[in-house]
Design a protein around this ligand. Structure first.
Ligand SMILES: Nc1ncnc2c1ncn2[C@@H]1O[C@H](COP(=O)(O)OP(=O)(O)O)[C@@H](O)[C@H]1O
Ligand SMILES: [Mg+2]
Length: 403
């Protein structure tokens, strides 16, 4: 079920903002509306829903309305019009007390400027929100410690922010955002000020945290690479409007309009597409079948090898036509002749990692999950085809840099 549902959420800045509505209706641009009326279109009729446990990325150039949109979600900015539901509850109808509860209980925020208090220790910084909520001392220390542990900084509880590197400070910011165990974490350009390598580490950590905690995260960035790396869904904004919402693959492969197309044209797909995207159905056989059946299957299905799997699709090995013929001659079982050490990868593996694995071997790569179950197979040709799906494909495409 959707945890957030926004319908035509709109924010116009300026005096008597509703004056802008008929103009938007007429199709006036943000720029024209500003020139003629001095009203600024912050967010224009944004409709979307965010599923529980999703990382929902809002991405766009500077000034496109990302921060305004995320602040509309907890009414730090009052919408000019539109509807907003949190777990089915109408956020627009909440009174001041309910709204305060909602922000404290259900929402955590992490900002670009870590906004740590220099004279408070790390743990005191993490506790800050809980303190304001009036959580009693022992309890809030406990909660803050847990949160610090999550981000790997338990040992730094009594240090001061200036004793920490930028990346560590942002982790403290993250721990603070998580301390009240919110349902939704809002992160506004949280990693944008970090050095590229540290930034990548933080992205990885966020993904790991997410896998562990299944939090709903609304993550804002102006960086396409970052959006593609961590987003389950990405909303691309332009001039306050949402230009497209989709999964990273949808955005890359089916850009909804020229604007998005231009945005994504230089993306290196091999760093975005995964084994799951390029894999084909694997032809399989169970080991109780004999080598003659194996040869027959290969002939019928037009392949020169089969993956041997048990009844639960757990991968056991690979049997080639040669191996099967040998087994027939020498009266052996499939399991006696099959190759047990076959190249495997996980569905999430990026295609550029697969290249290396494939370069050293003539065998296809089996895609298995954490339980060893076979999901599919990746062959070299399919990788190249997947990468060719975009006009400016893999070969040396620069990553997008903006604002
Ligand atoms: N308090 C405000 N008053 C007037 N205009 C604002 C205010 N906040 C933001 N804006 C304008 O709204 C638009 C969107 O801004 P913002 O949401 O901050 O963009 P982003 O976060 O994508 O950089 C911009 O044109 C900005 O100038
Ligand atoms: Mg912003």
């Amino acid at each position: 079920m959707a945890i957030i549902e926004a319908k035509k959420l709109t924010k116009i800045f300026g005096h008597d903002p509703k004056r802008a509505f008929p103009l938007l209706e007429k199709g006036w641009t943000k720029e024209k509306i500003f020139t003629e009326t001095k009203l600024t279109v912050g967010v224009n009729q944004a409709s979307f829903s965010i599923e529980e446990g999703q990382i929902f990325v809002i991405m766009g150039l500077s000034g496109s309305g990302k921060s305004t949109l995320v602040r509309l979600l907890n009414r730090l900015i009052e919408p000019t019009s539109g509807q907003l539901l949190f777990s089915g509850q109408d956020v627009m109808k909440m009174n001041q007390a309910e709204l305060r509860q909602f922000r404290r209980r259900n929402i955590g925020m992490v900002f670009q400027k870590f906004a740590l208090f220099p004279h408070r220790t790390v743990i005191q910084n993490v506790e800050y929100g809980l303190e304001i909520q009036g959580v009693e001392k022992k309890k809030r220390r406990e909660m803050a410690m847990e949160s610090l542990e999550l981000v790997g900084l338990k040992g730094w509880a009594d240090s001061y922010p200036d004793q920490l590197s930028g990346g560590m400070q942002q982790r403290v910011g993250l721990a603070r955002g998580l301390a009240n165990e919110p349902d939704i974490l809002l992160m506004d350009e949280a990693f944008s000020a970090l050095d590229p390598l540290i930034r990548k580490d933080m992205q990885d950590e966020l993904l790991q945290l997410q896998a562990k905690m299944k939090k709903t995260i609304v993550f804002i960035t102006h960086d396409l690479d970052e959006a593609l790396r961590i987003g389950d869904q990405i909303a691309i904004m332009k001039d306050g409007s949402i230009a497209q919402i989709g999964s990273p693959e949808e955005i890359l492969i089916q850009p909804a309009n020229k604007y998005v197309e231009r945005f994504v044209e230089d993306v290196d797909l091999s760093k975005v597409l995964t084994a799951a995207h390029a894999m084909d159905k694997a032809e399989t056989i169970t080991p109780d079948k004999g080598p003659r059946v194996a040869l027959q299957f290969m002939k019928e299905r037009g392949v020169s090898s089969l993956y041997v799997v048990d009844k639960a699709m757990k991968l056991l090995g690979l049997v080639s036509a040669e191996d099967a013929s040998k087994a027939v001659k020498e009266n052996l079982k499939l399991e006696d002749v099959m190759l047990r050490e076959v190249p495997v990868t996980v569905p999430e593996a990026l295609l550029n990692e697969l290249f290396e694995l494939m370069a050293g071997s003539r065998l296809p790569v089996a895609v298995t999950d954490e339980n060893g179950r076979l999901h599919g197979v990746v062959i070299k040709g399919a990788v190249l085809a997947a990468l060719a799906g975009n006009s400016n494909s893999a070969l040396g495409g620069d990553t997008y840099e903006s604002a």
